[in-house]
Ligand binder design. Structure first.
Ligand code: ASP
Ligand code: MG
Length: 421
């Protein structure tokens, strides 16, 4: 009898009928002898509705109060789901984050989980109950309600699975797994049976928005077996079959099969490029620029600095488009004059495309194939960055779909790879 965590996203919880289906699915797993913890999101659209409501009162909502408001979405979900379970004869109990408690730091709207107390949950499980815990929320040291950032209930589920040492965390969503790329762009995209957590981390951070990135980090750090699968299948599908569906996030040493060199093509349209022109080429400049950005709590992704000509150079980096305006303001206020740069230019019309695969560690020629493919399509590369298992380029955003399609084909992802996929 294994301890299993199920997580259901907003679409899966989107109506009374769907919540009943979730209850039936949980009941099927319970009947197969498993100890069940369920972590739902708010009903589809609810968090957006709550944020919009808050903004009507305060255009820049106070973060503490915003978390207070947003946390109600998941609170409704857990109550409804526990009721749906009881109404089909499954003993269940619901908890909000603070009741467990799921302890976080105090960074409202993007809090991080610090610890999860498992005592109360274990006692319920021992008593034979299904425990339904609100995703996305926690409580700080002072008892303030916090939330983990949009999509945060994925992280809640994986963290709860880690804290309880669960056998597996199943993330039910409206897609049936992780694909080689977004099927809306490339209809030939295929579902991956397995993907390593490192690849998943690259794909999640690069915009394949199946799982919140922190959830993947948690899965990697605490070695939580995590599976992404569909909640749109019949709720009474046999557990043995369902347990093998979707995409399993694994660890490299578990992937004994011959994997394709590249697992997927990820992309992100939500970044913008900032270029600071005529930056003096001397020690400390990058640290001043990026230090000011970090102080403003803005994440930086790709960074490039060219070789200097006559002692100055251009320095470019990318940030989330949401942060573009603020980043430019910070740089103008704090950095431009003090380092003597000429100009700060923001460009939101960019997109990032990446090829991802652990096979890159043992194969050469990935970069050259990528660049050749883009060149053949006449796509100019503005920035390049690489890691051990990923190569990313920044291109003009209007070429994004073309680039993704061409790369998907060039790396052979359109056809099933031997032994994998
Ligand atoms: N309800 C929250 C959101 O929409 C958290 C989640 O769904 O994971 O972002
Ligand atoms: Mg989600």
């Amino acid at each position: 009898m294994a301890l299993i965590v199920h997580k259901y996203g907003g679409t899966s919880m989107g109506s009374v009928e769907r919540i009943r289906n979730v209850a039936r699915r949980v009941a099927t797993w319970r009947a197969a002898g498993h100890r069940m913890v369920v972590v739902p999101s708010a009903m589809a659209g609810e968090t957006n509705r709550l944020i919009a409501l808050a903004r009507e009162i305060q255009p820049q909502p106070d973060p503490r109060e915003l978390d207070m408001i947003c946390a109600t979405g998941e609170q409704v979900s857990v109550g409804l789901l526990a009721m749906a379970l009881k109404s089909i004869g499954v003993d269940a109990v619901s908890y909000s984050g603070w009741q467990v408690p799921v302890r976080t730091d105090s960074a409202y709207t993007k809090a991080r989980i610090v610890t999860i107390d498992d005592a109360r949950v274990r006692a319920d499980l021992d008593a034979g109950r299904v425990v339904v815990i609100a995703g996305f929320q926690g409580v700080d040291e002072l008892g303030n309600i916090t939330t983990l950032g949009r999509g945060g209930s994925d992280t809640s589920a994986v963290a709860i699975a880690a804290a309880l040492d669960a056998e597996e965390c199943l993330i039910y969503t409206d897609v049936d797994g992780v694909y080689t790329t977004d099927p809306r762009i490339v209809p030939e995209a295929r579902r991956l049976d397995r993907v390593t957590f490192e690849e998943m981390l690259e794909m999640a951070s690069l915009g394949s928005k199946v799982l919140q990135i922190r959830a993947v980090e948690f899965a990697g750090k605490y070695r939580v077996k995590t599976r992404v699968l569909s909640s749109l299948t019949p709720p009474d599908i046999p557990v043995e079959i369902e347990a093998k569906s979707g995409t399993l996030i694994t660890f490299e040493e578990d992937t004994e099969m011959e994997k394709a060199v590249i697992s997927g093509i990820a992309f992100n349209r939500d970044e913008s490029k900032i270029t600071i022109t005529r930056v003096p080429d001397r020690p400390g400049i990058a640290s001043q620029i990026l230090g000011a950005i970090a102080d403003a709590n803005i994440d930086v992704d790709m960074i490039i600095q060219n070789q200097s000509i006559e002692g100055t150079t251009d320095f470019s980096f990318t940030v989330q488009t949401n942060d573009l305006q603020r980043a430019i303001e910070v740089l103008n206020a704090r950095v431009r004059e003090s380092i003597g740069a000429r100009e700060i230019i923001g460009d939101p019309k960019i997109a990032k495309v990446s090829v991802v695969g652990i096979g890159m560690r043992s194969h050469v020629g990935v970069a050259s194939l990528m660049f050749r493919t883009l060149a053949e399509e006449g796509i100019n590369i503005q920035m390049i960055s690489t890691s051990e298992i990923k190569i990313s380029v920044v291109i003009e955003d209007k070429y994004l779909e073309l680039a993704v399609r061409a790369l998907h084909k060039a790396f052979g992802l359109d056809r099933p790879a031997a032994g994998a996929g």
